[in-house]
Write a protein that binds this ligand. Structure first.
Ligand SMILES: Nc1ncnc2c1ncn2[C@@H]1O[C@H](COP(=O)(O)OP(=O)(O)O)[C@@H](O)[C@H]1O
Ligand SMILES: [Mg+2]
Length: 322
């Protein structure tokens, strides 16, 4: 088997007049944990349903673990553990009963089934709750049950649709850690609309917006796109002209540009200083102000952060919500 575990070629999906997905082409290699990042309505769930053979694409095709979604959907499903967006968990069932059921649905029986149950319960740390009904569990534990269900048949590929959504920060951190553990020996695609999640969990990020892939980067590459910092200094005017004040900061060696605007108070001027590279100019700004007898009443660093990049890539037009 080649190292490409998921291969999507020109996937397109129309729902009536809505184009949910348009010519999506991407590959995921063995062992990668790839984040599928996009705002609500971007087409993440649609892509995942196509890969798991729950929905047929209108055009294009895909292969999972070497099997074609059209020619061999059974092999595709066998290769995949799937955690749907809203897990259809049976709330009255006990955790163990449910996982047994999930295993039987995957064709496991007898000692083979018991061995896998023991393994997934251990992997997802469900030991303390296997005798509880699913309805009693916290959302975080329900997600663990969903993950255990996805892992029961030892699939090489996991497709997780918004596995951290709806969890509180502690639960999300636990699930994230669990996914990282699980991802050591598996290929994973997980979707999210939360940028911070992919940064820590994923080795690569596919950004999808309005049905189209708009970026395929490592989190580091995405961060590098995030551009330069800017420094916002607020000084008292004390009768000096804005241009005279700006001039003070223009003399900073590493400053590329200096712009001034009115501050929120009448006696204040706000000066924005952009460095030539990525230099931190806070100390230079402070010293320049002191040297010129200016009273600095505020100084902060801003930058185009990843959130800004994400927003730039994914906003504007139908289907993109914040
Ligand atoms: N069964 C469906 N029928 C009609 N439109 C759908 C259906 N499923 C999804 N869509 C539409 O397709 C687009 C992509 O949806 P989806 O793949 O669920 O996005 P995401 O998971 O990124 O939020 C949205 O505009 C959504 O309204
Ligand atoms: Mg979705």
């Amino acid at each position: 088997m080649s190292d490409v575990m998921i291969e999507a070629r020109d996937l397109t999906k129309h729902y009536g007049t809505v184009t949910a997905l348009k010519n999506a082409t991407f590959e995921v290699n063995r062992g990668e944990v790839v984040g599928f990042l996009g705002p609500n309505g971007a087409g993440k769930t649609t892509t995942m349903k196509i890969l798991t053979c729950f929905v047929a694409p209108s055009a294009g095709t895909a292969r999972v673990a070497g099997a074609d979604i059209f020619e061999d959907p059974i092999a595709v499903r066998e290769a995949i553990g799937y955690l749907p967006e809203s897990t259809p968990l049976y709330t009255e069932m006990l955790v163990l009963e449910y996982l047994e059921f999930a295993g039987k649905m995957r064709g496991l029986t007898g000692e083979g089934l018991r061995a896998r149950l023991r393994k997934v319960v251990e992997e997802t740390s469900l030991g303390d709750v296997i005798g509880k009904s699913i309805g009693e569990l916290s959302k975080g534990f329900r997600q663990r049950v969903g993950l255990a269900q996805a892992l029961i048949h030892e699939p090489p590929v996991l497709i997780l649709d918004e596995p951290m959504s709806g969890l509180d920060p502690n639960q999300a951190a636990e699930i994230r850690e669990l996914i990282r553990e699980i991802g050591r020996e598996r290929t994973i695609i997980l979707s999210t609309h939360n940028l911070a999640e992919v940064q820590v969990t994923c080795g690569r990020v596919l950004i999808i917006s309005r049905g189209q892939l708009v970026a395929d980067d490592t989190p580091e590459e995405l961060a590098a796109r995030a551009g330069k910092p800017r420094f916002i200094a607020t000084v008292q005017r004390n009768g000096q002209s804005p241009t005279d004040i700006s001039e003070v900061f223009s003399k900073i060696g590493d400053a590329q540009s200096v712009k001034e605007r009115d501050g929120s108070a009448p006696n204040e001027l706000v000066v924005e200083v952009v460095p030539k590279g990525n230099q931190d100019l806070r100390a230079d700004i402070f010293q320049a102000a002191v040297g010129a007898g200016l009273i600095l009443v505020g100084l902060e660093q801003r930058g185009e952060n990843l959130e800004d990049i994400f927003r730039q890539l994914t906003t504007g037009g139908a289907g993109a919500e914040p």
